[in-house]
Design a protein around this ligand. Structure first.
Ligand code: FAD
Ligand code: GLY
Length: 382
């Protein structure tokens, strides 16, 4: 396994549980890159896009599996993975936003998803700290949250407990391929790790690994997101649901801590935190939740969402036997970790996937194989 983020660790846990010999190679700290920055919303309904039906289905399957996933993980690891059944509110501040929310409600009902329209007074009964600026809200009772830092710590212990070897501070330089199939990984330090199967779960850095045959490569780009972590010295109670306003959101942890995010920026591998981003995130959030201005800022950070050209995940066997992709989860890697782990671990063990082949087609790495991407040639007769 190359990469020890939420995806690599989830796959490692599920694969080790199946009795496979698993080694995770992580160049930094386990769970220390994008997964460390993520807010942890489990939000297939809030992020629903009618043009991305396969992704919506995958997200719903994963969200529904979360309660059992975290229950089993807590038992296996002895740690609390930080799952919070908090629900989500989408908020509108003016007539234009209210009109947009009304369209969003119709779209979700059209997709058969659960969403309720709340007048401002009804939303304030649920969340009394919301400002009079609130015009309309949608309640999404099935979108919850998890603390990604607790989750990855639990996954690491769960994977170790199931027999996986986790090697932090171990950078892979290249995938080893011989005789047309993956054979292991060569480390930056020079030594080689041999393996029958290699899973690439290195987030947006997956595309920069050496040794991958051109026909098995997947183009990925990093999409930067800046977030603030804050706590309320008065304790919990300011906000109990996830609150989303346009692209921004506030995620409660249930104990007086909050995550405010996030920007969407295409700036390569830059993870600097900027004054402008922090200012805009706070300005928009305080307008809806004035009490936020009393919170203490604990941390400012930026992470890099791994994104394929079509922004859909890349999960499954590549055209090179033994080489498997598990990345490209973009805005939903925490949400999609349980289902990705099941799909990849069952492929590694030679079992049937928990999702049908047809449903998985949209995520197949082979969709980026050069033959598929080449413009079709047309022969013009004389
Ligand atoms: P990572 O966590 O980045 O793990 C990849 C690992 O690979 C890293 O630890 C890295 O060090 C390692 N690696 C890289 N190169 C090598 C190498 N050569 N050798 C060894 N190891 C290597 N998703 C949600 O579902 N809900 C959210 O609310 C949410 N909020 C987000 C908020 C922000 C601001 C951001 C940036 C993302 C958010 N996401 C969210 C998306 C989510 O964080 C990602 O989709 C997810 O973390 C990707 O997990 P990963 O394991 O693929 O990547
Ligand atoms: N899913 C929230 C984000 O990526 O910012």
């Amino acid at each position: 396994m190359i990469g020890g983020g939420v995806i690599g660790l989830s796959v490692a846990w599920r694969a080790a549980q199946r009795g496979l010999r698993v080694t995770v190679l992580e160049r930094g700290e386990l769970g220390g890159a994008t997964s460390y920055v993520a807010a942890g919303m489990l939000a297939p309904v809030a992020e629903a896009d009618p043009c991305e039906q396969p992704l919506l289905t995958l997200g719903i399957v994963s969200a529904r599996s979360y309660p059992a996933f975290v229950h089993e993980l807590a038992e296996a690891s002895g740690r609390d993975p930080g799952y919070l059944r908090c629900g989500t509110l989408l908020a509108a501040r003016d007539d234009d936003e209210a009109e947009a929310l009304t369209r969003e409600l119709a779209m979700r009902h059209g997709l058969g998803l659960t969403a309720h329209r709340l007048r401002a007074s009804e939303a304030r009964r649920l969340e009394p700290a919301l400002a009079p600026a609130l015009r309309l809200a949608l309640e999404l009772p099935e979108d919850h949250a998890v603390d990604p830092r607790r989750l990855t710590a639990a996954l690491a212990d769960g994977a170790r407990g199931a027999g996986a070897v986790l090697r932090a501070g171990t950078e892979v330089a290249e995938v080893m391929v011989a005789g047309g199939r993956a054979r292991g990984a060569r480390l930056r330090a020079g030594d080689q790790i041999e393996a029958d199967q290699v899973v690439i779960a290195a987030g947006p850095w997956s595309a920069t690994l050496g040794g991958i045959p051109p026909e098995a490569r997947v183009p990925l780009r990093p999409v930067k997101g800046q977030v603030l972590r804050m706590h309320d010295p008065a304790g919990p109670g300011l906000l109990s649901s996830v609150l989303r306003m346009g692209p921004a959101y506030i995620v409660p942890r249930g104990d007086g801590r909050y995550v405010l995010g996030a920007t969407m920026e295409e700036r390569g591998f830059d993870t600097s935190v900027t004054g402008g981003a922090v200012f805009e995130l706070l300005r928009d959030a305080v307008e809806l939740l004035p009490g936020l201005s009393e919170l203490v800022i604990d941390e400012l950070s930026a992470g890099l969402r791994p994104a394929a050209p079509d922004n859909a995940p890349v999960i499954g066997q590549s055209v090179t036997p033994g080489l498997i992709w598990a990345t490209g989860h973009y805005r939903n890697g925490v949400l999609l970790a349980p289902v990705t782990a099941e799909i990849v671990a069952s492929a590694l063990a030679g079992e049937c996937a928990p999702i049908g082949d047809k449903e998985l087609e949209a995520f197949a790495p082979a969709r980026f194989a050069p033959a598929r991407l080449a413009p079709s040639t047309v022969e013009i007769g004389a």
